[in-house]
Design a protein around this ligand. Structure first.
Ligand code: ATP
Length: 595
């Protein structure tokens, strides 16, 4: 069993109390004041409820049996006051608990976001992003419910129950004892239900995440869906998952609602036997009915909190499943932490060198089989080769998205495994094939390259990236929102923004995955000019597709099946008649695209 499975087992097998203890330890202390206030309010709710039952004896005996008109108003006033107090206390506890709950949700969201950013790139490749996000959003409320349900149940229901049982015992202790004979079988039944609910809830979250994930993927890929008329196929696939989700939800409903007939049956048994016994006793002896009336009122009122408490384990089980799934993410240890003795990377010439680098994704086949080459400082090195040769993999090893299995990557003689990732990445700028724009303005998106860049520097970068003109033509210029809900930008415009982002970073090393997607000639010329600016004076490692980039590169590294097949300048390589480069070059002679 691998380490991940072992860890999941541990979290999953953790009991409700274990999960609860952890959640309280992580959140309880910061909310002690709020919880104390909520508990006080809940104690008021419990006391006033007990009082309402207790006063029934006086109502029956004094007002009805003894016909004492003088105390009727007093009693009614007291009852009204008790209800008023209960209303205020209920409001107070609900607001206090909601505020704490909202804060807990916010804190876990922040923790999760921070933690996700600390996890390695490989972790995200193992999970489908849309499903993953859906799972987080479904589960996060579990932690809030876990704590709030416990506080509410313990403070309100348990206190109310204790108060009412106190009233029952004070009125008739023998009858009170009789009530409890139903408890053991009921608890056993509920335990059985909650155990089965655990697996069903986990499965339901997984299936629901698949449903939500499928919807998100359809939305994201809507143009492909339509272009390939995938509607029918997708509908069939999603329908099956939705069916499963519906089945799971029904199963959960059947399981958790099974508690209702159980509690109702046992409660009915207890209440009817007690009533029968008490009624016969009153009929055949001359005890005044007041005490019995108060007893019955307390018993009936106790039913609700008792039922809720009995169901608590079942409700907590569902919340605990959610909390466990959140903890599984939070407990995933980020790989590739900086070494304890990691130093800061200092860059002078910005020469990048790979020495005998071997790499495989996870436990898969070896993708890089001993790659060595040198990208000279301030020069452009183009990676070319057939698809799947390992070019993108090389690019992703340099910012340490992944670590090589063996071999070294050196920047100015410093092994990147021995420096801090922060200092390493500060020295790099990356332009990917598919430019990603984040929610925010155009200015924000360029500024992500360097958060302390001034507005003037941002505009300068945009000018160099041939983006300034089209940015000004947008409705709010640099402040125009982009990203999912922002303006629609063309592929070339997006690329120029991402080049501007790289330019503003002003890093000595540029990693570039040249776009293969066809742009119109005008846009392509603009993107090419922007790239020329980005590349000048830097060490550039480019996965090159365009013939012009390759021909102008200072060095070409030809990759084939995870190895360096050849290296040299265009002139040198093109002259080798049997070389891979010459073959690739001849193949694409008629095109301008080398891929
Ligand atoms: P292309 O020009 O098509 O982008 P490439 O030369 O850049 O190809 P890579 O993307 O580095 O090639 O892929 C090399 C091999 O690694 C391929 O066989 C691919 O299937 C595999 N691979 C790439 N990314 C992953 C990943 N995240 N997990 C597992 N295998 C991967």
């Amino acid at each position: 069993m691998n380490a991940k499975n072992r860890k999941e087992r541990t979290v999953d097998s953790e009991s409700i109390s274990g999960i609860l203890r952890r959640t309280i330890a992580e959140n309880g202390r910061d909310h002690i004041g709020g919880y104390a206030f909520a508990i006080l309010c809940l104690a008021v709710v419990a006391t006033t409820t007990g009082f309402t039952a207790w006063i029934m004896e006086i109502v029956v005996n004094e007002a009805f049996a003894n016909k004492r008109a003088d105390i009727v108003l007093l009693i009614c006033g007291a009852i009204f006051f008790a209800f008023l107090l209960r209303g205020l206390a209920t409001y107070g506890q609900a607001v206090a608990l909601s505020k704490i709950g909202n804060n807990i949700v916010a804190r876990y969201q922040q923790r999760l976001h921070d933690h996700l950013m600390a996890l390695s790139v490989g972790y995200f490749h193992e999970h489908r992003s849309a499903q993953f996000a859906a799972k987080i959003s479904q589960n996060i409320s579990g932690i809030r419910n876990l704590l709030n349900m416990t506080v509410t149940s313990v403070a309100r229901d348990l206190l109310t129950l204790i108060g009412l049982v106190g009233v029952m015992f004070s009125k008739d202790w023998l009858l009170s004892l009789l009530v409890f004979f139903v408890a053991p079988p009921l608890l056993l039944g509920l335990r059985y239900v909650s155990k089965r609910l655990r697996a069903a809830t986990r499965e339901a979250v997984e299936v629901n995440s698949r449903v939500l994930g499928a919807m998100q993927e359809t939305i994201q890929g809507i143009s492909i869906v339509k272009a390939f008329t995938m509607e029918h196929e997708l509908r069939r696939k999603v329908e099956a998952i939705i069916d499963r989700a519906e089945n799971r939800a029904n199963r959960i409903a059947r399981l958790s609602e099974r508690t209702a007939p159980m509690t109702e049956t046992f409660a009915g048994l207890a209440i009817s036997s007690v009533l029968a016994y008490a009624a016969f006793r009153t009929i055949y002896s001359n005890i005044p009915p007041g005490a019995f009336f108060a007893f019955v009122a307390a018993l009936l009122m106790a039913y609700d909190p008792a039922r809720r408490l009995a169901r608590l384990q079942v409700s907590l089980e569902r919340a605990a499943v959610n909390a466990r799934m959140i903890y599984e993410i939070l407990d995933t240890v980020p790989h590739q932490r900086d070494r304890p003795d990691a130093t800061e990377l200092t860059i002078h010439e910005a020469t990048v060198e790979l020495r005998e680098v071997r790499f495989a994704y996870g436990s898969g086949d070896e993708i890089l089989k001993g790659v060595s080459f040198r990208a000279e400082g301030g020069k452009t090195t183009a990676l070319v080769g057939p698809s799947g040769a390992g070019k993108s993999t090389i690019i992703s090893l340099i910012p340490r998205f992944y670590d090589p299995k063996s071999g070294q990557i050196l920047i100015d003689g410093q092994d990147i495994a021995t420096v801090t990732k922060q200092s390493l990445r500060n020295g790099l700028a990356y332009v990917s094939q598919q430019p990603y724009l984040f929610e925010g303005s155009i200015r924000d998106n360029i500024r992500y390259g360097r958060p302390d860049a001034t507005d003037a520097e941002i505009e300068e970068a945009a000018r160099l990236a041939y983006a300034h003109e089209f940015i000004l033509a947008q409705p709010q210029g640099y402040d125009t929102p982009v990203g999912e809900h922002g303006v629609t930008l063309s592929g070339g415009q997006r690329q120029r923004l991402s080049i501007a982002r790289a330019l503003v970073r002003n890093a000595p090393i540029l990693l570039l995955d040249e776009a293969t997607s066809a742009l119109d000639t005008e846009s392509e010329t603009a993107v090419q000019k922007a790239l020329d600016h980005a590349m000048s004076g830097r060490t550039v490692i480019v996965i090159a597709h365009r013939l012009s980039t390759i021909v102008n590169a200072d060095k070409i590294v030809v990759m084939s099946d995870g190895r360096v097949a050849e290296e040299g300048t265009h002139g040198e390589l093109a002259r080798r008649p049997d070389g891979l480069y010459a073959r690739l070059h001849n193949d694409c002679d008629a095109k301008s695209d080398f891929s």
